[in-house]
Design a protein around this ligand. Structure first.
Ligand SMILES: [Zn+2]
Length: 245
């Protein structure tokens, strides 16, 4: 057994002890903006925008994988590029994705409008909430947090004329209180940005953001689900802490 195989065995055992079955999990990818932003970006947001060519190449790789091994695709922030670039590129390859929309930005320059969201839903795409104004939910008081969650859910359910059972947590920042508020507001699935792989039963389900500064090798590792052991364990510990905070 070479050292890599030994590490895999070790991690499988560690996962079984924790009941996490890490190796049986799938990575979930998160995109933000594609191409040229049509609005002023928030501080620190720029690395989350990737070029159109890189996006197309990634989708080609995903589409080439056997259906069961394709990572679920998600898009955060409700940028206009969801509609203008992502949707047609997904459609061309027969891929589906879930779009987590900020309802406070609907109809603003550079963001999706209500018609776009309705059309994405009719295309068979998933629509989820990313809150109203891209606030860090851990900093909101109980009333404001409940309002952010329920108001965004209600708006999206009206637009899509169907239940919206999933939310993506802004900035991936959460604690026990945020998770409880999400359940309280009727969300059955929540998505974080903890990286690594996810199982359906996870609450929240960790995702990995595709960044402009991500190396080709890291991107490839994501697609094959080959997260290095050290990072997998580090992430497992950090998620346990946040859930209990
Ligand atoms: Zn966001």
């Amino acid at each position: 057994m070479d050292s890599h195989a030994a590490m895999e065995t070790l991690s499988t055992d560690a996962a079984k002890i924790q009941g996490l079955d890490v190796l049986e999990r799938a990575p979930i990818l998160t995109f933000h903006g594609i191409g040229e932003p049509q609005r002023e970006l928030d501080p620190g947001e720029a690395p989350f925008w990737i070029g159109v060519e890189r996006f197309r190449a990634l989708l080609d790789r995903v589409a080439a994988l056997p259906t069961l091994h394709r990572p679920p695709l998600t898009f955060d922030d409700g940028n206009l590029s969801d509609w203008a670039i992502a949707a047609p590129e997904l459609e061309r390859r027969g891929l589906r994705a879930t779009f987590f929309v900020l309802t406070g930005r609907l109809g603003r320059r550079g963001s999706l409008g209500e018609d776009h969201v309705g059309e994405l839903a009719r295309m068979g795409m998933g629509i989820g909430s990313h809150g109203v104004d891209h606030r860090d939910w851990t900093t909101l008081g109980a009333a404001n947090l409940a309002r952010d969650l329920s108001a965004s859910k209600a708006v999206l359910e009206r637009i899509c004329d169907r239940r919206v059972p999933a939310a993506a947590i802004p900035f991936g920042r959460y604690d026990r209180r945020v998770l409880e508020a999400l359940r309280e507001a009727g969300f059955e699935a929540a998505y974080s940005s903890d990286g690594g792989t996810a199982r359906r039963a996870d609450f929240p389900r960790p995702r990995t953001s595709i960044r402009a500064d991500m190396s080709a090798r890291a991107g490839e590792a994501l697609l094959t689900g080959a997260l290095p052991l050290a990072r997998r364990l580090r992430r497992m510990v950090s998620m346990q802490i946040k859930r209990r905070m």
